[in-house]
Write a protein that binds this ligand. Structure first.
Ligand SMILES: [Zn+2]
Ligand SMILES: [Zn+2]
Length: 396
C-alpha cells in the first residue's frame, strides 16, 4: 500500500523551494508570464512531456495532463497563482521586492499542486483516468477562472470533477495543518450594482421646482436593506453593502442625479437571482414614486462556491486516510468573501476546502491580504498529499 503521507513529506524541501521561488517573484492579475514559465519548467523537470502541457490558456494559465494506464474520468486539481499589489513586510529571506506580494497563499497553492503532480507522476500507473492540473492566474480580480474556461481548459479531455484548496488563517479556533470542509455553500457570490437615480436639478431653496435624487437615494438605501431583513429567510446568509454614494456639487444645489454603488454577497443561487430582481424593482419603484427614474446596472461577479456533497465525502475519506479523521473540521460558518473557483464548480462537481496554513504558534496571526501574511511551510506537504491521495482513490 502506498504511503502518500511519507512520500509527500519526503519532497517537502522541493515543495518549499517552488513556493519560495514563486513567493519571491509575484505577478498580478492575468499578467503572470514568469510564473507561467516557472510552472512549465517545474512540470517538465518532473517528466511531463511538453505535449502534455498547454500554456497561454486565457492569457498565462497552464494546464498539464497526466494520463493513467486505465481509461476513466478526468479529475482537475486547481491552484491559483497570482499575487496582490501589496508591499511585503514579512522580513522573510525570500520576501518579494517588486512591490507585489503573495499575501493570499496562492504561491502555496501552486507549490502544493506541483507537489501533487510530482507524487502522481510516480504513481501514474495506478491512476484510473487522468488528472488535469490547472494553474490559474487572476483569482484576486476574479477573472482568471472564467478566462481559462472560455479558452477551453475544461475540455479536451473534458473535466469530470474538480478539487482545490485555500490556505491561510481561515476559521476561528483551528490548529495549524487542519482541514476545513463544507458539504454545500462555502463562500459567497460577489456581484456589483450601480443605481443611477435621475431627477431634476435646481435651487436648494425651491425643492418644489426640482425632483430631488438625494432624497430618493435616502429612501432607497433604507428600502434595499429590507430585502435581506424582510424578504430573505433569516437563516440564509446575505450581505448588501452600499459602499459609494455620489451626488451633488454644493450645499445649496439639488443635483440632477445621484449614484449608489454596492455589492451583494449570498450563498444561494436562487437568493442571488431574487436579490437582483428586487434591487431593480425597488430602485425603479422608489424613483418613480418620487417622480424620478432609476437606471440599474447589475454586474455579476463569481457565483457562490458550492461544494458537491459526494465529492466532499470523498475528501473526508482522503483526510481520514492521510491525516486522521480528527484533522477534518466542518467550517463553523461560510465565508462571505468570493473565490472564482466558483466558476469551475458551477460547471463540474467538486469540492473546495480550507488548509489551515497560518500557524499562530509561530506568530503567523496576520489575515489574508496583510503585508505580514505568512504560512507555516511545515504544513505544505499536506496539500500535496491530499490532492495526490484523492486523485488515486476518488473513484473507489
Ligand atoms: Zn486573496
Ligand atoms: Zn486567495
Amino acid at each position: 500500500m502506498t504511503n502518500i503521507q511519507d512520500e509527500a513529506k519526503a519532497i517537502l524541501s522541493e515543495i518549499i523551494e517552488w513556493r519560495r521561488h514563486i513567493h519571491a517573484n509575484p505577478e498580478l492579475g492575468l499578467e503572470t508570464p514568469e510564473t507561467e514559465a516557472y510552472i512549465v519548467q517545474a512540470l517538465e523537470g518532473m517528466g511531463f512531456p511538453s505535449t502534455s502541457i498547454r500554456k497561454g490558456i486565457g492569457g498565462h494559465g497552464v494546464a498539464a495532463l497526466l494520463e493513467g494506464d486505465e481509461p476513466g474520468p478526468v479529475l482537475a486539481i486547481r491552484a491559483d497563482c497570482d499575487a496582490l499589489p501589496i508591499k511585503e513586510e514579512t522580513g522573510l529571506p525570500f520576501a518579494a521586492t517588486n512591490g507585489c506580494m503573495h499575501a493570499c497563499a496562492h504561491d502555496v497553492h501552486t507549490a502544493m499542486a506541483l507537489g501533487a503532480a510530482q507524487l502522481l507522476m510516480k504513481h501514474r500507473h495506478e491512476l484510473k483516468g487522468s488528472v488535469k492540473f490547472i494553474f490559474q492566474p487572476a483569482e484576486e480580480n476574479v477573472v482568471g477562472a472564467k478566462a481559462m474556461i472560455d479558452d477551453g481548459v475544461l475540455e479536451n479531455p473534458k473535466v469530470d470533477a474538480l478539487i482545490g484548496l485555500h490556505s491561510g488563517l481561515l476559521w476561528k479556533g483551528y490548529a495549524a495543518g487542519e482541514i476545513g470542509y463544507s458539504h454545500g455553500g462555502m463562500m459567497a457570490s460577489a456581484d456589483r450594482f450601480l443605481i443611477t437615480l435621475k431627477g431634476k436639478g435646481g435651487h436648494g431653496a425651491t425643492p418644489h421646482l426640482t425632483v430631488d435624487p438625494i432624497v430618493m437615494a435616502g429612501h432607497l438605501i433604507c428600502r434595499l436593506q429590507t430585502i435581506l431583513s424582510r424578504e430573505v429567510n433569516p437563516v440564509d446568509p446575505g450581505v448588501l453593502t452600499i459602499g459609494r454614494v455620489t451626488g451633488g456639487s454644493a450645499y445649496n444645489i439639488i443635483p440632477g442625479e445621484c449614484v449608489l454603488e454596492g455589492t451583494v454577497r449570498v450563498l444561494d443561487v436562487e437568493t442571488r437571482k431574487m436579490m437582483e430582481e428586487r434591487i431593480r424593482e425597488l430602485a425603479e419603484s422608489t424613483a418613480a414614486s418620487m417622480r424620478g427614474e432609476a437606471v440599474v446596472e447589475y454586474i455579476p461577479g463569481p457565483p457562490p462556491v458550492i461544494n458537491d456533497s459526494a465529492m466532499t465525502d470523498k475528501l473526508l475519506a482522503t483526510v481520514a486516510e492521510v491525516l486522521g479523521e480528527e484533522k477534518a473540521k466542518e467550517i463553523p460558518e461560510p465565508s462571505m468573501g468570493a473565490e472564482d473557483v466558483a466558476y469551475f464548480l458551477e460547471r463540474v462537481p467538486g469540492t473546495f476546502f480550507f488548509h489551515a496554513g497560518s500557524n499562530p504558534e509561530k506568530g503567523q496571526t496576520y489575515p489574508h491580504h496583510n503585508s505580514k501574511f505568512d504560512i507555516d511551510e511545515d504544513t505544505l506537504w499536506i496539500g500535496s498529499a491530499l490532492f495526490a491521495h484523492f486523485a488515486l482513490n476518488w473513484q473507489k
